[in-house]
Design a protein around this ligand. Structure first.
Ligand code: SF4
Ligand code: SF4
Length: 391
């Protein structure tokens, strides 16, 4: 296993174990298999395990398996606060105690604010005293490091980075998301500030392994012989020195072994110029399905009506490139889960944004298509329970 430090004294393994896709048996978890995989991962140097309050049954399953391995002190547990349920400090205390009990531990090593979409949401948490509460937990040795996971624009990611003394951050990043979400821009800013970045969705939930177009797959086979689709995706990440740990949501022993094998010899700067050309060709092939040629540059922002224009287009494109479900989930996250909503339907058609778009996108027309694709009755029903308010 390779280890990465950046500014982090913990020497984290380049490969982290994402626990959210643990193997199932019948309607529940396959606890024996989970224990076997965790044991193998630890014996082969993986020392970062990521779970969350919100993943059903996940913290318990992981806590149970880890206890059996007896390796608690060899690894770092990362879990996430469901901050959207937090009205008060007491709520935070209650959920945190529950998490310790589920995980069968007396401390959490890496504690994240789960899915912060923008800086306003973080500031609203601070107004409720959550920042002070975190400091108290750190002083008491119950939380070792405080970070956040993020889904939103690079602009908001950078604002959050600068708003608190974060010790790490977690972002969605892979060769298709170089310029969306926090993106390379956000990753580089974090590195500049000395903040280690943990990567989630390195293979887009396995879809960069199992669901890429045949032509893209053929390019990988012929240009980088011997590499699997997983290796192709993971190498792109580990090539970058700003990346600390790459989480893989592993759910079979084969996957654990393959990822550990790749992590054991893939170093920063491992890709040649010809490899980078191959990535460009593969990306172009996958992006043939893209509907709106938005680069996520953000020049059209801010929108006076509060629409998250690049966020809307990213979700819309992903609903074609990836799957409708993935796009819808992203759309819900980036428009309804913020303090202030930012949906396509809020567009007042003033046209201000179009004057600034270097890609000459007919933003108003495209936003109408986004609205039609996503804002169906189910979406509207879901927004009733989401925290965001209309500006
Ligand atoms: S046209 Fe719509 S999206 Fe563009 S700035 Fe005006 S309200 Fe915002
Ligand atoms: S200015 Fe154009 S390309 Fe840039 S984020 Fe806005 S819509 Fe996308």
């Amino acid at each position: 296993m390779q280890y990465r430090t950046l500014n982090n004294k913990d020497n984290l393994s380049a490969l982290g174990f994402g626990c959210m896709r643990f193997p199932k048996k019948g309607k529940g978890f396959d606890h024996d298999e989970i224990e076997r995989e965790i044991r193998y991962a630890i014996e082969n140097g993986v020392n970062y395990f990521d779970t969350a309050y919100l993943y059903p049954g996940n913290e318990e399953a992981f806590g149970k398996a880890l206890e059996k391995t007896g390796a608690r002190d060899k690894i770092h547990i990362a879990t996430k606060m469901p901050h959207y349920f937090m009205k008060t400090r007491e709520d935070a205390e209650k959920h945190f105690k529950e998490q310790l009990s589920r995980l069968r531990t007396d401390r959490v090593d890496y504690y994240l604010m789960h899915m912060l979409p923008d800086v306003k949401t973080w500031r609203a948490l601070c107004e409720r005293g959550i920042d002070k509460w975190l400091e108290e937990k750190k002083a008491a040795g119950l939380i070792k490091r405080v970070g956040f996971s993020f889904h939103g624009s690079s602009e908001q990611f950078i604002k959050i980075l600068h708003d608190y003394d974060w010790e790490f951050a977690q972002i969605q990043y892979n060769y298709l998301d170089e310029n969306s979400q926090a993106g390379a821009k956000g990753l580089k800013e974090a590195a500049k500030l000395g903040i280690p970045v943990i990567i989630m969705e390195p293979l887009r939930g396995g879809r960069l392994v199992n669901s890429i177009p045949e032509k893209a797959e053929e390019i990988i086979r012929t240009s980088t012989p011997g590499w699997s689709n997983a290796e192709f995706g993971l190498k792109w990440l580990w090539n970058q020195p700003e990346v600390t740990t790459v989480l893989s949501g592993m759910n079979s022993m084969d996957m654990v072994k393959e990822n550990i094998r790749i992590a054991s010899y893939t170093e920063t700067g491992c890709l040649s110029e010809s490899d980078m050309n191959t990535y460009e060709k593969v990306i172009a092939e996958i992006e043939r399905k893209v509907k709106v040629r938005c680069t996520g540059c953000g020049y059209c922002m801010p929108c006076p009506a509060g629409v998250d224009i690049p966020g809307c287009f990213s979700a819309y494109n992903n609903s074609y490139v990836d799957s409708y479900y993935v796009g819808m989930r992203e759309y819900f996250m980036c428009t309804a889960m913020k303090n202030e909503r930012s949906m396509a339907s809020q567009c007042k058609k003033c046209g201000k944004c179009e004057k600034h778009c270097p890609q000459s996108i007919h933003i108003r027309d495209e936003l109408s298509k986004v609205r039609k694709r996503f804002e169906n009755p189910v979406f509207k029903l879901m927004t009733i329970f989401a925290p965001g308010k209309v500006k």
